[in-house]
Write a protein that binds this ligand. Structure first.
Ligand code: NAD
Ligand code: TDX
Length: 332
């Protein structure tokens, strides 16, 4: 039986991947997660005990990481500080987890000769103009804008260096914006859905012309499993599902789906350094590895995500007040 270590497996996308692996393979999963404010053990509910071992710990803990690497065949690295707005408020945890944490894992991958897959973001490429006909590809130069995206870019470059200098068997994927169940209420889509449920007016940064390229988290997970199985060592793969939408349109879709007037939201202070547009060209992943997304219809995926938040208030309610207090302090 294959044994996979998943860092950050109690987070939004990491937990989606763990569910995906358990449902689609016979692998055993070990999750290493610090359970920061963003981690939630309940996101792994329902997974049989003989398929999952949960270890609460920090990816910067050298001894713990070292011992866990001896027990597995491969490692998929999701753990990160992941929220741009937090990185503008306090960048230090981003440097510690995203840079030092990735370094710690790479050293273990080197010493134990383990297959390593690094999860990254399209934000490492900076942003595009709204009318730019080009999209990001694997050869787009790095140009990160925020403390968050610069630490993710730094971690990608560490992986590339460990492949070239030490022969670590690693691949990298850079994915666009994910949506779906189990996403923390600090992020755009769940923040607005849970605001409507709570009777709080949704909040749009600036004019809302910024474009994000949405992909369902389960499609991200199937892409990562494909790369882990069939990817070429040393290569980078972009993951995206052709889901470009501007924030104002997504806001209007949420409000309409939830039976509210389309303009029942507030414009608030824009994000500092706010990236204008992300867009992914995932041709390499589709043609070389044969991957395709399953969630073709964003509106349908959004409707089922709204339904999940309506039914799972117990999962998100403990985070909601603190999240809104943080935003209120920033005028957002
Ligand atoms: P998340 O914030 O929901 O989850 C992060 C998880 O990592 C949490 O469970 C947290 O407890 C854990 N963690 C944080 N610091 C840790 C540490 N030092 N040691 C161990 N565990 C730690 O994030 P997410 O949205 O699921 O993102 C997961 C990964 O995917 C990140 O690497 C992120 O950069 C990348 N990514 C996210 C998106 C997106 O749209 N959310 C898109 C592309 C790439
Ligand atoms: O209340 C809000 N109002 C608003 O207009 C929030 C929280 C966000 N926004 C805007 C900012 C962005 O243009 O919505 C867009 C999406 O914001 P986030 O959900 O914070 O995501 P983003 O900053 O695009 O980054 C996400 O995708 C790439 C993830 O959080 C990252 O981890 C990933 O790397």
């Amino acid at each position: 039986m294959t044994r996979i270590l998943v860092t950050g497996g109690a987070g939004f996308i990491g937990s989606s991947f763990v569910h995906h692996v358990v449902e689609n393979t016979d692998a055993h999963v070990t999750v290493l997660d610090k359970l920061t404010y963003a981690g939630n053990r309940a996101s792994l509910a329902g997974i049989p005990a003989d398929r999952l071992r949960f270890v609460r710990g920090d990816i910067t803990d050298v001894d713990l990481v070292d011992s866990l690497f001896t027990e597995v065949d491969s490692v998929v690295h999701y753990a990160a500080e992941s929220h741009n707005d937090n990185s503008l408020h306090d960048p230090r945890p981003f440097l510690e987890t995203n840079i030092v944490g990735t370094y710690t894992l790479l050293e273990a991958a080197r010493h134990h000769n383990r297959r390593f897959h690094h999860i990254s973001t399209d934000e490492v490429y900076g942003d595009l103009e709204l009318d730019d006909p080009d999209r990001f590809t694997e050869s787009t130069p790095y140009a990160p804008s925020s403390p968050y995206s610069s630490t993710k870019a730094g971690s990608d470059l560490l992986v590339r260096a460990w492949v070239r200098s030490f022969g670590v068997h690693a691949t990298i994927s850079n994915c666009s914006n994910n949506y779906g169940p189990y996403q923390h209420v600090e992020k755009f889509i769940p923040r607005q859905i849970t605001n409507v449920i709570r009777g709080i007016r949704p909040k749009l940064y600036g004019a809302g012309h910024n474009v994000r390229d949405w992909i369902h988290a389960d499609d991200h997970s199937s892409a990562v499993l494909t790369i882990l199985d069939k990817g070429t060592i040393g290569e980078t793969y972009l993951i995206g599902a052709d889901g470009e939408k501007d924030n104002k349109s997504v806001m209007e879709l949420i409000l309409t789906e939830m039976g509210q007037p389309m303009d029942a939201y507030d414009h608030v202070i824009d994000r500092a350094g706010h990236d204008l547009r992300y867009a992914i060209d995932s041709t390499k992943l589709r043609t070389e590895l044969g991957w395709a997304p399953k969630y073709g219809n964003f509106e349908a995926g959004l409707a089922s995500t709204i339904d999940w938040y309506k039914k799972n208030e117990a999962w998100w309610a403990p985070s909601k007040d603190a999240t809104e207090a943080f935003y209120a302090g920033r005028g957002q």
